[in-house]
Design a protein around this ligand. Structure first.
Ligand code: AMP
Length: 249
């Protein structure tokens, strides 16, 4: 079984982002970039399925600039077999990314596609779902457990107030939630080996996908700075302030 894993290059989760002075977006100059954490979980799940003998090949794909090769090499070091970069310098919206991933799915014909549930930069939580709509494949979103049995994937989903298990007919799309697994670190020998694994570069044009956006970002703003808290001397003072100052009780 071939698994296709979609990974996104994002600002590292430890970085405190700054908004550009003209409010057109986030300042990305000299900032640490990493693989989106939910995509690391997606790669890990694919590698575990290969280790169990369920998967035979793992292909990782990313849509992004040349620099995205760095995250693809990381995925190769973690255990993916080969990588595809759909190279573009444009800031694409989810639908454009989903259309490009659909073109890669058409070429590669994977049985299972794993994406993160959400990218931590845009917090869109929609690319996997859009890809499911475009391909017509079944989807198991927010997965905390994936079991492949014959031509089905049983996916346990984290939903409000509990867990739901769905049986998906393959080929299918799974999006990863936090509790699915704990990703491994790449070992130095595997990082070295990853340099020799195949990384194929495609373009949106070569895939015949038009990526023009129907959405324009008008303004990006940092959240308002939090005001300092105060310490109250007694419960009575707290109640008085909640009643008369905050007016919440
Ligand atoms: P989003 O819908 O943007 O929150 O992203 C959800 C998931 O879709 C990510 O975790 C990735 O697996 C995939 N994805 C989003 N953008 C890209 C991209 N540019 N390249 C590859 N995969 C992506």
């Amino acid at each position: 079984m071939k698994i296709l894993v979609a990974v996104k290059r994002v600002v590292d989760y430890n970085v405190k982002v700054r908004v550009k002075a003209d409010h057109s977006g986030i300042d990305l100059a000299n900032i640490k970039m990493s693989m989106n954490p939910f995509c690391e979980i997606a790669v890990e799940e694919a590698v575990r399925l290969k280790e169990k003998g369920v998967a035979t090949e793992i292909v990782v794909v990313s849509v992004g600039s040349t620099a995205t090769q760095e995250q693809l090499r990381t995925a190769l070091a973690l255990g993916a077999d080969r990588a595809i970069l759909v190279e573009t310098n444009d800031e694409l919206n989810s639908l454009a990314v989903a259309k490009l991933l659909k073109a890669v799915v058409d070429k590669e014909q994977p049985q299972l596609i794993i994406t993160g549930k959400q990218a931590i930069d845009s917090d869109n939580n929609q690319t996997g779902q859009m890809l499911a709509a475009l391909t017509g494949y079944a989807q198991g979103t927010f997965a905390s457990k994936v079991e492949v049995v014959g031509d089905k994937a049983n996916v346990t989903r984290e939903i409000d107030g509990g867990l739901q298990t769905v049986a998906l007919k393959l080929p299918a799309i799974v999006t990863t939630d936090l509790r699915l697994n704990e990703p491994r670190y790449a070992s130095l020998p595997n990082i070295m080996k990853a340099k020799k694994k195949p990384l194929n570069v495609l373009t949106p044009d070569a895939l015949g996908v038009i990526t023009a956006s129907t959405m324009r970002i008008l303004k990006v703003e940092a959240p308002a700075a939090r005001q300092a808290g105060i310490k109250v001397g007694s419960v009575a003072e707290l109640v008085e302030k909640l009643k008369n100052e905050a007016k919440v009780i």
